[in-house]
Design a protein around this ligand. Structure first.
Ligand code: SPD
Length: 356
């Protein structure tokens, strides 16, 4: 009998121990909704002080993970096994994710600060009525360059990038839509073109730019350009703003053929475990003071009207980063569908493989 009691006691202790360890591991990986919130955002895309402030205000522990492309983020969420409470896809990715049933509808009653957003950024075709997404930052794709390192080029046209004097001087952001879009724009075609002849012509044209391309990089593009290790970059506008902040010799231009207008948006993935906390986080980031602090820290353009009024004028009045949207040839990326998006990625990969 004594032996039986001992055996039961041992089983109980082992089972309880296992339960405790599993619970602890889940919590630290964001698998438990309880008092954690798992945020999946682009790299370098939030002021860390705001995470601390949110933790203090909400009592939640934030687990913060980053990605460097919409494609990487979507693949991870599609594959399952993750329980992100917040993700931050660009517009075409929001459209794709909501159509693939990967997102939870938002509860507007929990987002009173949504009224701070400029209506121009609401109710857009990628998410009518903002049922699933709330704008976080927006911007363009353009050329940042150092006039001292490029002889007399002003980059009025994307085609200036092909100038032979730029041998090994250009850095590319590592984005399939951005670079394929730039090549298409340089031929006066749309960043959403799906005509196979046009896409192959864009790829062929990109190959001819290879001698001028020094590297295709991620977030380190900012440091490389600010340190003058390259003369020219194809970048997102917010990165250009940070680069210019660090080295004001550089400037940012949008070529006359036109370019992409994008937005990144907060969403709640279907597999979220802390839906209440996710709404709290979104509403916190929509608060004017928080949004202004974030915009000043990361350098990207805020869609939050009240936050914009709190920003110093040298930021809010800078037409390079807050252009008059009606006055330029700007195109939003469409969700081209699973197969065509994969095709853009394949073409860009082919360009990258040749480059190496
Ligand atoms: N370092 C943060 C970069 C975020 C840029 N997102 C732009 C996506 C455009 N499709």
């Amino acid at each position: 009998m004594k032996q039986l009691v001992q055996t039961f006691a041992a089983i109980f202790i082992v089972a309880f121990g296992l339960l405790y360890v599993t619970h602890y591991m889940n919590a630290s990986e964001g698998l438990s909704g309880g008092n954690t919130l798992t945020v999946y955002n682009w790299g370098d895309y939030i002021d860390p002080e705001l995470i601390t402030k949110f933790e203090q205000e909400s009592g939640l522990k934030v687990i913060y993970q980053t990605f460097d492309s919409n494609e990487a983020m979507m693949t991870k969420i599609e594959q399952g096994g993750t329980t992100f409470d917040i993700a931050v896809p660009s517009e075409y990715a929001v459209d794709k994710m909501r159509k693939e049933n990967l997102l939870l509808p938002l509860d507007p009653s929990k987002l009173p600060n949504l009224t701070n957003i400029n209506p121009e950024f609401l109710n857009l075709s990628f998410d009518p009525g903002n049922r699933y997404s709330v704008p976080y930052f927006w911007g363009t794709v353009g050329i940042v360059y150092n006039p001292e390192l490029v002889s007399n080029l002003t980059f009025k046209s994307w085609n200036d990038l092909w100038d032979p004097s730029l041998k090994n001087k250009i850095l590319f952001v590592d984005g399939a839509r951005e670079i394929m879009g730039m090549a298409l724009n340089s031929m006066n075609q749309s960043v959403n073109d799906t005509n196979e002849d046009h896409l192959q012509a864009a790829l062929a044209k990109l190959h001819t730019l290879t001698p001028n391309v020094k590297a295709i990089v991620g977030d380190e593009i900012k440091m490389l350009l600010a340190n003058e290790e390259a003369a020219v970059g194809i970048v997102w506008s917010g990165d250009a703003s940070e680069i210019i902040d660090a080295n004001d010799k550089l400037t940012y231009v949008l070529p006359e053929e036109g370019t992409n207008l994008w937005s990144d948006n907060m969403v709640i993935p279907k597999t979220a475990k802390n839906i209440e906390g996710a709404h709290q986080f979104i509403n916190f980031m929509l608060d004017p003071e928080n949004a202004a602090q974030n915009a000043e820290y990361v350098g990207y353009s805020t869609p939050n009207d009240k936050a914009l009024k709190l920003l110093p004028e040298d930021i809010s009045q800078d037409k390079r980063f807050y252009p008059d949207l009606g006055s330029m040839k700007l195109e939003v990326y469409d969700n081209l569908g699973k197969r065509m998006l994969a095709h853009y990625n394949e073409l860009f990969l082919e360009f990258k493989m040749h480059k190496k």
